[in-house]
Design a protein around this ligand. Structure first.
Ligand SMILES: [Zn+2]
Length: 82
């Protein structure tokens, strides 16, 4: 892929710049396994972490992970302070 020379690609999952052509994967929404279509590019690591989840499911999963790892308190506090 020569895309990186022409334009900067940002990961649609984590929002960070994709620095290496080797790290590009196509992101499907809903997931490819559910017949989704390409919506953009993502880091291979982000894409495999997201797996067969939709964007909504992935966000829910991240919240569950936050609860499991004890980071939810931080999230709750930041939401209350709004
Ligand atoms: Zn990413």
């Amino acid at each position: 892929m020569a895309l990186l020379n022409a334009q900067q690609l940002y990961c649609v999952i984590c929002g960070e710049l994709i620095l290496s052509a080797k790290d590009i994967s196509q992101e499907h929404e809903p997931p490819k396994s559910r017949g989704g279509k390409v919506v953009g590019y993502a880091h291979k690591a982000c894409n495999s972490r997201k797996g067969a989840l939709t964007q909504d499911e992935y966000e829910l999963w991240q919240k569950l992970e936050a609860i499991r790892t004890g980071r939810l308190k931080c999230l709750e506090n930041s939401e209350k302070s709004r």
